[in-house]
Write a protein that binds this ligand. Structure first.
Ligand code: CTP
Ligand code: CA
Length: 223
């Protein structure tokens, strides 16, 4: 239903959607990652395609199959994802950053598989670059949407992310429970822009939330 009503909303728009959880390698067989399934980003890619957009899906590892109408760029690490976004950002109208990007990566990569030795192993981590913050520096008139995954002070934290990452819209979701959010088929979100909370959803499918998001974006961009 909303699929039909959304058709043409993003006709001719070039949209980058990121999805999945990045992997930061420790050694040839190990990495640091997170519970992201990619479901939210893949659903957004579908919704944007149904709305007539030309979609580039930049995906960290996910078990899902990408929409065959999307241009799929598969990446592993946060650094790979940042490079892929930068390669495509200038020729895009909208960036929707649904990926769960690792905040830290190992300071050094071991070329050889790490052998078990001592009782404790310490892996030193350093911050990854904040992709959205880097993108904000090169942004012209692209419409940029971020996600905020929070377990506490949802609205407060989300609003501050919207501001300091210079976003046009933010989708805030509470990831403390297991009924919604990471890995779930459903989500419950607040849509926020620089005027404040736009709307709050109930527990809805990621398809429905994606269609709502596409509609809200289309109302806020120049046609
Ligand atoms: N993000 C990013 N680059 C990172 C980390 C996150 O671009 N290195 C993006 C995510 O894709 C998301 C938004 O920033 O769209 C918010 O991610 P989130 O993890 O909620 O916030 P952080 O800024 O990483 O802060 P924290 O995890 O400490 O809450
Ligand atoms: Ca984070």
């Amino acid at each position: 239903e909303s699929k039909l009503s959304n058709s043409h909303l993003l006709e001719g728009k070039r949209v980058i959607v990121t999805a999945g959880g990045t992997r930061e390698s420790i050694d040839p067989v190990r990495y640091i990652s997170n519970n992201s399934s990619g479901k939210m980003g893949y659903a957004i890619a579908d919704a944007a395609i149904n709305a007539g957009a030309d979609v580039t899906l930049i995906s960290a590892p996910s078990k899902l199959t990408a929409n065959d109408k999307a241009r799929l760029i598969s990446v592993n690490s946060s650094e790979d994802m940042e490079n892929a976004i930068k390669d495509n950002f200038y020729q895009s109208d909208i960036l929707i950053m649904a990926a769960a990007v690792s905040d830290y990566k190992p300071v050094s990569y071991s070329d050889q598989k790490i052998k078990k030795n001592d009782d404790n192993l310490f892996i030193k981590l350093s911050r990854t670059s904040d992709i959205l913050k880097e993108i904000a520096k090169i942004k012209s008139d692209q419409f940029v949407v971020g996600f905020a995954a929070e377990t506490q002070n949802l609205i407060e934290n989300a609003k501050s992310k919207l501001q300091h990452k210079n976003l046009d819209m933010l989708v805030a979701n509470d990831v403390s429970g297991d009924k919604v959010g990471f890995n779930s088929d459903n989500n419950k979100v607040y849509f926020i822009d620089n005027n404040g909370i736009i709307s709050q959803t109930g527990i809805e499918s990621k398809q429905k939330i994606s269609n709502d998001l596409i509609k809200l974006i289309s109302e806020r961009i120049d046609k």
